[in-house]
Write a protein that binds this ligand. Structure first.
Ligand SMILES: Nc1ncnc2c1ncn2[C@@H]1O[C@H](COP(=O)(O)OP(=O)(O)OP(=O)(O)O)[C@@H](O)[C@H]1O
Ligand SMILES: [Mg+2]
Length: 388
């Protein structure tokens, strides 16, 4: 059962890999067809006897994450996925611990199969009776241009990681798959969300937030993600300059307190200058994080002096936006403060989640981050967050 013709380039990029996977299925006597270029949910269809399967081809530098698998499983259960009676998830490297836990949790009768495509065969983690997957002339699929966000300030501990992850959450709720890039050597994002989060959608297939290491980032490994969000290191020079150049939007979190306004104002103006040396086109947004309810009068005083500090930059830089905290800010919240505690409470079940739990039907972080996404859209968006 081995292919005579080998392709040493089979993992060079997504297109080669997809063709290779298709060839392997053909080899196992499946009829293979490539999905339409913009087909959501799967890459190939395969038919043999009474079996009609959807194949997700995942070209990755790293192991498959749990959210990536869960998204495909949800797709298969959705009205569009129901026409298939089996599903195949085929990847380049392997399956991570949480993904293996998902696979182990599948019922015995599940017709969901996963494997790693090797040169001549598929190494099944969970396989059908026989093997796998082709179509020779799968056309080059245009990769849509990705939108890059950075979350950056020169200051540590003001909420960069929190903002990066939850902005990703708000955008996933709007129907996007998101790539979260951990650029910080501290790797806090990895500590908090592991390899990612699956954001279910009660009305259909949910979305994934996949976490990647900035150092090994390759757009090919996140073809489904239109939006990339970089959690930056507070030392600008420690962030890959080519990624800073790519940013379309950069969120600069800060806090609102009397002594901080001027002090942080100086630091943030420097931050803006530093970013501008590398990237002149990104829209930059100063965002108040960890905002406490301090009463109307005190808030007005702080807000006015805060907005005042940035007036001069606003006048000279038309892509600089100091977000009026009256319109949008991220409120101080226990959900955000204790975000990640479930990892300590249940270390054997490393499930990742965001601080988006509804309490009494409300969730401040969720509301605030959705509002932030809307604000960015309205100030600089040109329809970027329209999914269709
Ligand atoms: N809106 C908020 N409400 C409550 N707590 C918050 C909020 N935002 C951030 N925090 C808390 O502040 C702390 C620092 O946040 P975070 O790690 O996101 O900052 P950072 O800028 O990424 O830090 P570093 O520079 O170390 O990477 C965390 O303990 C987080 O829980
Ligand atoms: Mg951080």
């Amino acid at each position: 059962m081995s292919l005579t013709k080998t392709n040493p380039k089979f993992v060079a990029d997504f297109v080669h890999f997809e063709q290779h996977v298709a060839k392997l299925f053909s080899h196992y006597q499946w009829d293979v067809e490539t999905a339409k270029p913009n087909q959501v949910g799967y890459d190939l269809t395969v038919k043999k006897n009474n079996n009609f399967g959807a194949v997700q081809v995942k070209w990755l530098n790293n192991n498959v994450s749990a959210p990536q698998l869960l998204k495909f499983i949800d797709f298969l259960a959705s009205p569009q996925g129901k026409k298939f009676n089996c599903g195949f998830f085929i990847t380049t490297k392997g399956f991570g611990g949480p993904a293996l836990a998902v696979i182990r949790g599948l019922g015995e009768n599940s017709r969901f199969f996963c494997g790693v495509a090797e040169e001549n065969t598929v190494k099944w983690i969970r396989g059908p009776e026989d093997g796998a997957n082709n179509q020779e002339n799968s056309s080059e699929i245009e990769q849509p241009e990705k939108i890059y966000f950075g979350v950056f300030t020169c200051k540590g501990g003001v909420g960069k990681t929190t903002v990066a992850a939850h902005l990703a959450g708000a955008l996933a709720l709007q129907g996007f798959d998101i790539a979260l890039l951990d650029l910080d050597p501290e790797q806090n994002l990895h500590k908090l969300v592991g390899d990612g989060v699956y954001v279910p959608n009660p009305g259909g297939v949910g979305n994934t937030i996949e976490v990647f290491n900035g150092k090994t980032w390759n757009e090919e490994s996140a073809r489904n993600c239109k939006i990339v969000i970089c959690d930056c290191s507070p030392a600008l020079e420690r962030n890959d300059e080519s990624l800073i150049k790519k940013l379309h939007y950069c969120i600069i979190p800060t806090t609102l307190n009397p002594l901080g306004i001027n002090k942080h104002g100086g630091v943030l103006k420097k931050t803006v200058e530093e970013i501008r040396k590398i990237n002149q086109n990104a829209h930059l947004f100063i965002l108040i994080n960890n905002h406490k309810n301090i009463g109307v009068n005190r808030f007005k005083l702080l807000r006015d002096s805060f907005l005042n500090v940035y007036q001069d930059i606003s006048q000279t830089d038309d892509k600089f936006h100091c977000i009026d905290p009256e319109e949008v800010c991220i409120r101080s919240s226990d959900l955000l403060y204790y975000w990640g505690i479930h990892l300590l409470e249940d270390p054997n079940n490393p499930r990742s989640e965001l601080a988006f739990k509804l309490i009494g039907g409300r969730c401040y972080p969720r509301d605030d981050f959705i509002r932030l996404a809307d604000y960015i859209e309205s100030k600089a968006g040109l329809g970027i967050f329209r999914n269709s």
